[in-house]
Design a protein around this ligand. Structure first.
Ligand SMILES: Cc1cc2nc3c(=O)[nH]c(=O)nc-3n(C[C@H](O)[C@H](O)[C@H](O)COP(=O)(O)OP(=O)(O)OC[C@H]3O[C@@H](n4cnc5c(N)ncnc54)[C@H](O)[C@@H]3O)c2cc1C
Length: 305
């Protein structure tokens, strides 16, 4: 899937335009713009089972501030509150966040060809990839930009579009092997809503990011972790990481090392080490594995308290 994925025959979609407008200004996105109007898709609806459905047009600020979301899905609310700036959060939509394009500086430079712009290779791979992936899963070495996608992956949320129901985050974003795409939406397909599962009894969740400056920046690495601790052991753990791969990743080896074990420092340190299972850092991105280790330790340690 290429740039055309968020376009109709008539032009590229715009929700709030906080991502698109920058690409328009630099000329990376050209041609007509189609303003999305999704009536009724800007709110949060609760099912009798306590599960939330969030409309694609809900703003990030709405999600961050919603008290029921904070109680039921604290990792989602904390991620929303932690990204971008108050001004961006006030405008940016959840659908636009999931479908936003790569932050790679080669992609964002209108004078440089890259896979995502119809070029034949990824210039960052042999060039400056300091903010690139540490899990090298495909030809493009830019990490996926969506913080919300990582949080929704931790919650095993599903996405409905105008054409398909209950897509997993992996189905929405692909597996990173297609360097041309940031998501696997079909041409002209629109995200309509995101469905979160019913919260588990006793579940807690936290979000934390490592960032190169304290404000208004995408993270180097970010983690959303959920856990149920009961009868002296981790009973359920989901850890999803952003900033490290072309798509957000579940840290399944770390999760498996925690489940059924007591929430001790040693258990958590072992899981943090295993978070790097499958990593293939680039020459400049090995530091991200240290950040990953530290974030897993911090978050699971805090959840265990
Ligand atoms: C300084 C700064 C810091 C930021 N930091 C972060 C961060 O840490 N984490 C993070 O995740 N984001 C970050 N962002 C990005 C921001 O979250 C996105 O720009 C925003 O979420 C995009 O939403 P939008 O509604 O404005 O999308 P738009 O700009 O309108 O659209 C973005 C893309 O998505 C497509 N699209 C929009 N809605 C839909 C839909 N419903 N269905 C299908 N396609 C759609 C559009 O065609 C377009 O290609 C940051 C932005 C800035 C400026």
């Amino acid at each position: 899937m290429s740039e055309a994925a968020t376009m109709t025959a008539a032009g590229e979609f715009r929700a709030a335009g906080t991502d698109l407008s920058e690409r328009r200004r630099t000329g990376v996105s050209k041609g007509p713009v189609v303003d999305l109007v999704l009536p009724g898709d800007d709110g949060i609806v609760w099912g009798a089972d306590g599960a939330a459905t969030i409309g694609a047009f809900a703003t990030i600020a709405t999600i961050a501030a919603d008290t029921r979301i904070k109680d039921a899905y604290p990792g989602v609310a904390a991620t929303a509150l932690g990204l971008a700036t108050p001004q961006i959060r006030h405008l940016a939509t959840l659908g636009g966040n999931l479908a936003q394009r790569s932050r790679c500086w080669y992609y964002r430079n209108p004078h440089i060809a890259c896979l995502k712009k119809g070029g034949s290779d990824c210039p960052a791979r042999a060039g400056n990839h300091l903010y690139g992936v540490a899990f090298d899963l495909g030809p493009c070495v830019a990490p996926h930009p969506s913080s919300m996608a990582a949080a929704l992956l931790a919650y095993e949320a599903t996405v409905s579009t105008d054409r398909r129901k209950a897509l997993s985050i992996a189905e929405l974003l692909g597996n990173g092997s297609d360097g041309r795409a940031d998501h696997a939406l079909q041409a002209g397909e629109t995200i309509r809503s995101i469905v979160l599962p019913t919260p588990l009894q006793g579940e807690r969740a936290l979000y934390k990011r490592a960032i190169s400056r304290s404000y208004a920046e995408w993270p180097l690495v970010e983690i959303c972790a959920r856990a149920v601790i009961a009868d002296g052991a981790f009973r359920f753990v989901r850890i999803a990481a952003g900033g490290i791969a072309p798509v957000p990743l579940r840290l399944q080896a770390a999760e498996a090392a925690l489940e059924g074990r007591p929430p001790t420092e040693a258990t958590i340190a072992n899981a943090a080490k295993l978070a790097a299972t499958g990593a293939k850092p680039l020459p400049m991105t090995g530091y991200k594995l240290d950040l990953l280790d530290g974030l897993v330790r911090d978050l699971l340690g805090a959840l265990a308290k």
